[in-house]
Design a protein around this ligand. Structure first.
Ligand code: TXA
Ligand code: MG
Length: 360
């Protein structure tokens, strides 16, 4: 059953959040309600992680499948021992370096965490978010808070309170509006229960940063069919972050890719389709003269990440039938961007080579 509520939106100043608002949010969370809140990555949909009924409301509100576990959020290291057991020294070393921040650790779960949080697993994903509003709210709540991204299942993650409202109005008690999130893609998920520390989802903390602390790091992002129950990250479905429009991801050298994108755009326009392009600012001149909708992704990889999900939603809002994107470079946050684009494209990659027969 869907969770219904009279959604109340509370705007807060991230530098000086209203403590009464956060205290009220904390109380609602302790009593089993749902509160959407900003983190430095994306907005989360929070519920008391110690209360199975409250957590069940998250799944109902999002229409999220029960086999997709949620991340538990804490505001202080003392809470970690409430959530996880047999915590390895490496977890503390990583927490010291990356918390509060965009790193989620998969650890052995404690008995205090109900099984619907972890979708039946004996491991739990935990992070301490690096956002002043999130930390202050978590402190007021006093209990660990389970929170997936605050979007409807399979929609792009929300980076503004408006995105949350559009997906979850009437299904969440409070939306705390703290403005746009900083990073714009979700946290990096690192499994410390695997034989070798393994990244299950690339995200806001880059592989390079992690390798500086964990040289043996393995990287196995999960792209699984929807019916898989037993694999490491069941939430990492191919169908994820999906716009209503079809998204095509173009791979290859920038100049040949842009030529191919223009050609593809032209074909769709001829068929009467509305074509959207997600593009870094520097690419835009290349699409001049085409009757397309463009969502700009900025000048740096950080801007690209911060704008990606909003850009996909904006192209949906103008009813794009097809969205074309050039795959970004792989350094730093680029690994996470590629991952999100590949999922949004549901795996549809157009490989463009130097000399396609059509070019001759
Ligand atoms: O940045 C983020 O991580 C955001 C903010 C709100 O914190 N949260 C987020 O949650 O992205 P969600 O539910 O959209 O993604 C959580 C991912 C899912 O793919 C889930 O499968 C994985 O974490 N996960 C959760 N618990 C796990 C566990 N015990 N083992 C492996 N993967 C787990
Ligand atoms: Mg999500």
């Amino acid at each position: 059953m869907v969770y219904t509520a009279n959604t109340f939106i509370a705007k807060v100043d991230r530098r000086n959040p209203d403590h009464q608002v956060l205290a009220l949010a904390g109380e609602i969370l302790r009593e089993g309600g749902l509160v959407a809140f900003p983190t430095e990555t994306v907005y989360g949909l929070g519920a008391n992680a110690l209360d199975a009924d409250a957590v069940a409301r998250i799944f109902a509100a999002k229409e999220r499948p029960a086999n997709d576990p949620v991340i538990v959020h804490i505001h202080a290291l003392e809470q970690l021992e409430q959530v996880a057991v047999e915590i390895p020294a490496l977890a503390y070393a990583l927490a010291e370096k990356f918390w509060a921040g965009a790193l989620t650790l998969v650890l052995k779960k404690s008995d205090a965490i109900p099984l619907n949080v972890t979708a039946g697993r004996n491991t739990v994903a935990v992070r301490m978010p690096g956002h002043p509003v999130a930390l202050a709210m978590l402190a007021k709540a006093g209990v660990p808070i389970g929170a997936p991204s605050a979007n409807r299942f399979s929609r792009p993650s929300p980076t503004t309170a408006t995105h949350v409202y559009n997906d979850l109005n009437g299904r969440v008690d409070v939306i705390i509006d703290g403005g746009s999130t900083d990073i714009g893609v979700e946290s990096t998920i690192l499994d410390l229960t695997a034989p070798v520390p393994t990244v299950l989802r690339p995200g806001g903390v880059s592989l390079e940063e992690l390798r500086a602390v964990v040289p043996s790091l393995a990287f196995h992002p999960q792209y699984l069919p929807e019916d898989t129950q037993s694999a490491p990250a069941p939430g990492s479905l191919m169908k994820h972050y999906s716009p209503n429009a079809e998204l095509l991801l173009f791979r290859g050298k920038p100049d040949v890719v842009i030529t191919a994108m223009r050609k593809t755009a032209d074909q769709y326009i001829t068929e009467g389709k509305t074509v959207g392009i997600l593009a870094p600012d520097a690419d835009v001149l290349n699409f001049e003269g085409l009757n397309i909708q463009i969502a700009l992704l900025g000048k740096t990889v950080a801007e690209y990440a911060a704008r990606l999900f909003a850009g996909i939603r904006a192209l949906d809002d103008v009813h794009a039938d097809i969205i074309l994107v050039r795959e970004p470079d792989e350094a730093g946050l680029g690994v996470a961007l590629r991952d999100r684009l590949l999922r949004a494209a549901e795996g549809k990659v157009v490989e463009v080579h130097e000399h396609t027969p059509e070019d001759e």
